[in-house]
Design a protein. Structure first.
Length: 482
């Protein structure tokens, strides 16, 4: 039997690379750009996707053909002169046609398309679907500004709809921890990507509305491609946000990402962290506001005291002036001084409170008869209604007798059970009585410290003991050895 040939990873990769590049030396590929990346090297990395597959692609800097005067695919000469390379305007969601060769990147063991030429093929399928849905929902009034509600100021009850393990929830909670003055956040975990995500998002919003607990609903998700964020472009999720009776704040993706849920929500945040910033002020800002109010209060108090002191000084100087004034004038000045002081005494404040209390009591006394009259009127109506029901007093009497009989039998059974329990407890207690054996002729020996003797080994010759029998104690002394 021929022995199987064992290849190294490098050898197998070289074989695959040769077969792949030999079979596909030059191919044309159409797809939608996703996962676009532009590192500092100048190369462009992205993926080409369609409904069923994804292909990694690299467009090296030297092949980007910047400043061409003609289209290398069609041969069209540009009348306006040089045209920038598509590599500079390439973006996620754009559908393009690429020409190049397939190659194997051995370091990662993946195959990729090495792009030589690229041409824009128009907006991608998802972009076209997005524009169609946006027009449809706009016609239904989903984005109308007049239906959008303001967010509650500093909410204390918040429902958070997002993936429980993503970076978005951690960023939101981290920022929220340093803002406001305390809020309760209930997390409603949902998928934020994939076919099942729209239904879960819509279901969470509907459940929150049914509970009617939260003051605001927050929908957040981290950044991603158009495909990654597509769950928030679904009509199902947008309709749930549109129908919500609770204000909705959406923070989907990054600032450049705009979804249909963002446009339908009452307010939009640029990022999940920005959503927390919109809901609560920084705690340091609250402390500064409190310090400002405290300083204003101190200044107001100082101004009031200065004004009162100036008034008192003026009155005091008026009294101290002699200048040929008559006794009547001095008496008038004293009366003025007394009246001025009376405005600032606790007695005057107390008199005002007593006056308000008396007014409240008068209102209460007037309200009680009216309340009693209303209750008596209701009682008369109920009594007349009862009298109109034929045979009702007899039925009520029979029911009352039946209930009295049940109550009597139940009380008697309760006393019987309690007596039986008491008898059983008495028997058990008597069985545990340490003096009960003395009635049968037994005795207890105790030492002078009160401890009982349980063995001869506990005694020594000459030691005094007390023997307790039924009728009393007998003093004894130990003789002999143990």
């Amino acid at each position: 039997m021929q022995e199987a040939r064992v290849l190294s990873v490098s050898a197998l990769t070289r074989a695959v690379k040769g077969a792949l590049e030999g079979t596909f030396p030059f191919v044309w590929v159409r797809g939608q750009v996703t996962n676009l990346s532009r590192p500092s090297s100048g190369h462009v990395y992205f993926s080409l996707c369609d409904e069923g597959a994804s292909l990694a692609a690299v467009w090296f800097k030297g092949a980007q053909r910047a400043g061409e005067r003609f289209d290398p695919l069609t041969g069209e000469v540009f009348e306006d002169g040089h045209k920038p390379s598509l590599a500079t305007s390439l973006k996620n969601g754009l559908e393009i046609v690429c020409a190049g060769r397939l190659s194997v990147y051995a370091a990662r063991g993946v195959y990729q398309l090495v792009v030589e030429l690229a041409q824009e093929a128009g907006l991608g399928r998802l972009h076209e679907e997005f524009e169609r849905l946006k027009k449809e929902l706009a016609a239904k009034g989903y984005f109308a500004l007049e239906r959008k509600r303001p967010l509650p100021g500093r909410p204390t009850r918040l429902a958070l709809v997002t993936a429980p393990t993503g970076a978005a929830v951690h960023d939101f909670l981290r920022v929220a921890a340093g803002r406001g003055y305390g809020s309760e956040i209930r997390l409603h975990p949902v998928l934020v990507q994939g076919a099942a995500a729209p239904g879960q998002i819509a279901g969470a919003v509907q459940k929150i509305n049914a509970e009617a607990w939260a003051e605001v609903i927050v929908l957040i998700r981290g950044g991603g491609s158009l495909e990654d964020l597509w769950a928030f472009n679904s009509p199902e999720a947008a309709q749930a946000v549109f129908s919500s009776q609770i204000p909705v704040l959406a923070g989907i993706g990054h600032e450049v990402d705009v979804s249909l849920v963002d446009m339908t929500a009452d307010a939009r945040a640029a990022t999940p962290s920005h959503a927390a910033q919109l809901l609560w002020p920084e705690r340091a800002e609250l402390r500064r506001s409190l310090a400002t109010l405290a300083r204003a209060l101190e200044r107001g108090k100082a101004v009031r005291l200065e004004r009162d002191e100036a008034c008192l000084d003026s009155l005091r100087r008026l009294l101290q002036r002699e200048g040929g004034r008559t006794i009547a004038q001095k008496g008038e000045a004293l009366n003025l001084f007394d009246r001025a002081l009376a405005w600032h005494t606790p007695q005057r404040r107390l008199a005002g409170q007593e006056e308000r209390l008396a007014l409240t009591l008068d209102r209460l006394q007037a309200a009680v008869p009216r309340s009693l009259e209303a209750k008596e009127s209701v009682l008369r109506v109920l009594r007349l209604g009862l009298e109109r029901v034929p045979g009702l007093p007899e039925r009520l009497g029979r029911n009352l007798g039946f209930l009295e009989d049940r109550l009597f039998r139940g009380g008697r059974a309760l006393f019987v059970r309690a007596g039986q329990g008491l008898d059983l407890a008495t028997v058990r207690l008597q069985g545990l009585n340490p003096l009960a054996p003395l009635e049968r002729g037994y005795a207890l020996a105790r030492k002078t410290d009160g401890s009982y003797v349980r063995s001869p080994a506990q005694t020594v010759p000459g030691e005094p003991l007390t023997i307790t029998v039924r009728d009393g104690d007998i003093p004894v002394r130990v003789e002999g050895g143990n």
